[in-house]
Design a protein around this ligand. Structure first.
Ligand code: HSE
Length: 385
């Protein structure tokens, strides 16, 4: 199977190395015939080109692997590849979420596959196992640590007392963070993965703007110390729940009891749990970011294609995400705490409190009242389940 590889950065170079090494009989059936790089100066191999037409218009290429990242030009390149009847494997969650409906429809009408295991959960076989679980069960809910960068930062802050900025710099140096790490620390990257998991797991196309998203940009040593003192570990958790009343989706730092499996997930690892009728709760743990783990997931998709073990192309119906029935209590640190007296359950000190049980919709309204750009919010998970 001939592959055109778009991008030779962190993930693309990992894919090139794994495929070129041909360590297994499955990989021996793959051949990278062309590689798109950005500039002439980046050309280090006679397969490299700076012209996308050398790949999407090459009738010998069966599958295009997109590892450029970002929205454009990745979207136009993927669109052209699908239109020309080539399968596409991508690790690009942002581009997928921005154009999911259109791309799934294009793949369906052109009779090709659009595969994106690497876009969600890094090296963890999460997407393919959602497909497998769905052969027997409906997925009721999922939740997990979907972002390696923030897990790395939070682990370093909790375990080694590192400052936020120092831990972020380390995560960037390891190649975990996005080009603009705002997507990681503000929770958008996790939200993209919640949308992709909802599509695969629930068969719905969720609008990312309906998801309640809280990040870790403003977390401080004080918040970490409070969590630790009360038997919690702080993790950034993305989740989705499907019920008779619809679908909900949230991304929020969460104080998790130390005994819970999510509290034990180290470094850049991800951990994602699905809940379904006969399988019950099932948790997948592995490296969620980095060159080789993510490239591994890309190459698994390629091997599925070459072995014709492709799972059904997922499709989804548009759905309104509604979090009014998602109730919890929250840790809030804000200089304007006096503006939310009516929902405070326990005052910790002048700028921190634990709220009464309120919905995510009420929490969002409260954020508007607070008018505090540096507010930090965490959900408090009271039980270990
Ligand atoms: N920046 C992402 C992360 C890369 O840290 O998880 C993998 O999607």
């Amino acid at each position: 199977m001939k592959i055109g590889l778009l991008g030779h950065g962190t993930v693309g170079s990992g894919v090139r190395k794994i495929v070129d090494e041909k360590n297994t009989k499955e990989i021996s059936q793959l051949e990278i015939s062309k590689i798109l790089v950005r500039y002439e100066k980046d050309i280090t191999d006679n397969r490299m080109t700076v012209d996308i037409h050398d790949i999407v218009d090459d009738s010998e290429i069966d599958v295009v692997v997109e590892c450029i990242g970002g929205d454009e030009p990745a979207f136009s390149y993927v669109q052209a590849a699908l239109f020309n009847g080539k399968h596409v494997v991508t690790s690009n969650k942002k581009m997928l979420v921005n154009h999911l409906e259109e791309l799934l429809e294009l793949a369906r009408t052109r009779g090709v596959s659009l595969k994106y295991e690497a876009a969600c959960g890094g090296g963890i076989p999460w997407m393919s196992n959602l497909d497998r679980t769905k052969r027997i069960d409906d997925i009721n809910s999922f939740r997990g640590i979907f972002n390696g960068t923030t897990n790395y930062i939070l682990s370093k802050m909790s375990d080694e007392g590192l400052e936020f900025a120092v831990a972020l710099k380390e995560a960037q140096d390891c190649g975990y963070a996005e080009f603009d790490p705002s997507d990681d620390i503000d929770g958008m990257d996790t939200a993209y993965k919640v949308v992709l998991s909802s599509c695969k797991g629930f068969g719905v196309l969720a609008n990312i703007h309906d998801i309640d998203i809280y990040g870790i940009r403003h977390i401080s040593a004080k918040d970490i110390a409070y969590a630790c003192k009360h038997g919690y570990v702080c993790k950034l958790i993305g989740s989705g729940v499907k019920s008779d009343s619809g679908v909900s989706g949230t991304v929020i730092p969460t104080f998790i009891p130390k005994q819970n499996i999510f509290a034990t997930i180290p470094a850049n690892f991800n951990a994602i749990e699905s809940d379904s009728k006969t399988l019950g709760k099932m948790t997948y743990v592995g490296q969620g970011a980095g060159s080789y783990p993510t490239a591994h997931a890309v190459v698994q998709d390629l091997i599925d294609l070459v072995l014709h073990q492709d799972t059904e192309v997922s499709s989804g119906v548009g759905v309104h995400v509604d979090n009014k029935n998602r109730l919890s209590s929250f840790y809030v640190r804000s200089v304007n705490l006096n503006r939310m007296e009516d929902v405070i359950e326990e005052r910790i000190d002048e700028d921190t409190c634990i709220t009464k049980e309120i919905s995510f919709v009420e929490l969002a309204s409260m954020m508007k009242v607070l008018e505090d750009n540096a507010v930090f919010v965490a959900e408090v998970m009271h039980d270990c389940k």
